[in-house]
Each structure stands twice: as structure tokens, then as C-alpha cells.
Design a protein around this ligand. Structure first.
Ligand code: GNR
Ligand code: NI
Length: 165
């Protein structure tokens, strides 16, 4: 296994729209193992392939306390959304200590494929629902800060620029 480099905003590669996965082979399985390792190492609850410069529709997630509930979804689609929640979000690809509330659906139903290329459906709410919406956004080239006001985005951009110098 290997740790992968996580792309950091404003890297333009974070804006690439991911392509559907068409098959599961040894290479993809290895990539998923590396994504889990990278996600756990970075203390993230989710990681989209886009963040590690792989532009295929898949993400890993583990929102459990014990880091023992791995979920990997290929070609995810949110097929149902209900309610609203407004919780603080951060992102492994956005530095500068950026953390802010984003409006999301409270509950979602997601459909996708597992690593055996079988259709799976998952009903989620709370943090898992936030994470799914955040990761599906990544696969479409969208970052959580895109949902914030222009003023807040400018502040985050300035903080990141300062931290770089
Ligand atoms: O680790 C993460 N935590 C988190 C907290 C609140 C809302 C979303 C997230 S996802 C983030 C990891 C990440 O950047 N995934 O793309
Ligand atoms: Ni993220």
C-alpha cells in the first residue's frame, strides 16, 4: 500500500469531472486500498478519487468512531434527498483551517456499485449524508467552499495564500 498525494485548492485538477468506472480490476482495487490508507492517515472521514488525482467516479468513506466501517462506492448517484441540515465542513483539499457551515440535505439515498460491481443502495443521514454529498461534489469538480459566500471564499483564499509564503 502507499500514501497518495492529496491535491490542494486552488489546484485546477480538483475541477476535473470524474469519468464513470467501467470495470474493477487489480489496479483499481490497489488504488482503493491506497485511498483508504491515505484517508485514515489524513484523519479524513471520506476521500474522493479526484482528490488524489484519479479522475474516476469513486470515493472511500468511514464515518465510524472505530475506523472499522469502510465504504467504497463506484459511480455514486444521489437518487433522493430530504430535509436540510447546516453543519460545519472541512476538506482535506482545502487548507488555511477552512471550516464552515454548508447547507446540505439532511437525508440522502445513494445508489452506486460496490467493488464486485454489484448495485448497492445506501440510506444515510447526519454526518454520513454530509460526507456523501461532499464526495459526490468532488467527483463533479465542486468544493465545499463553492457553497459559501464570495466574501468567505475570498477570506479563505487569502489565508491560504498567506500560509504558502
Ligand atoms: O474528513 C473530512 N471531514 C468532513 C467533515 C465535515 C464534512 C465533510 C467532511 S469530508 C472531509 C474529508 C474530505 O475532504 N473529503 O473529501
Ligand atoms: Ni473534501
Amino acid at each position: 500500500m502507499a500514501l497518495l498525494e492529496i491535491l490542494k485548492y486552488p489546484d485546477p485538477r480538483l475541477r476535473i469531472k470524474a469519468q464513470p468506472v467501467s470495470k474493477v480490476d487489480a489496479e483499481l482495487r490497489r488504488m482503493v486500498d491506497d485511498m483508504y490508507e491515505t484517508m485514515y492517515h489524513a484523519k479524513g472521514v471520506g476521500l474522493a478519487a479526484t482528490q488524489v488525482n484519479i479522475h474516476h467516479q469513486l470515493f472511500t468513506m468511514d464515518v465510524s468512531e472505530g475506523q472499522d466501517q469502510r465504504i467504497c462506492v463506484l459511480n455514486p448517484e444521489i437518487i433522493f434527498r430530504e430535509g436540510i441540515q447546516y453543519e460545519g465542513e472541512g476538506c482535506l483539499s482545502v487548507g488555511g483551517g477552512a471550516f464552515d457551515k454548508v447547507e446540505r440535505a439532511l437525508k440522502v439515498k445513494m445508489r452506486g456499485l460496490d467493488l464486485d460491481f454489484k448495485t448497492i443502495e445506501l440510506d444515510a443521514e447526519g454526518l454520513m449524508a454530509v460526507c456523501i454529498q461532499h464526495e459526490v461534489d468532488h467527483l463533479n469538480g465542486i468544493l465545499f467552499i463553492d457553497h459559501l459566500s464570495r466574501l468567505k471564499q475570498d477570506r479563505i483564499r487569502k489565508k491560504i495564500e498567506k500560509a504558502r509564503r
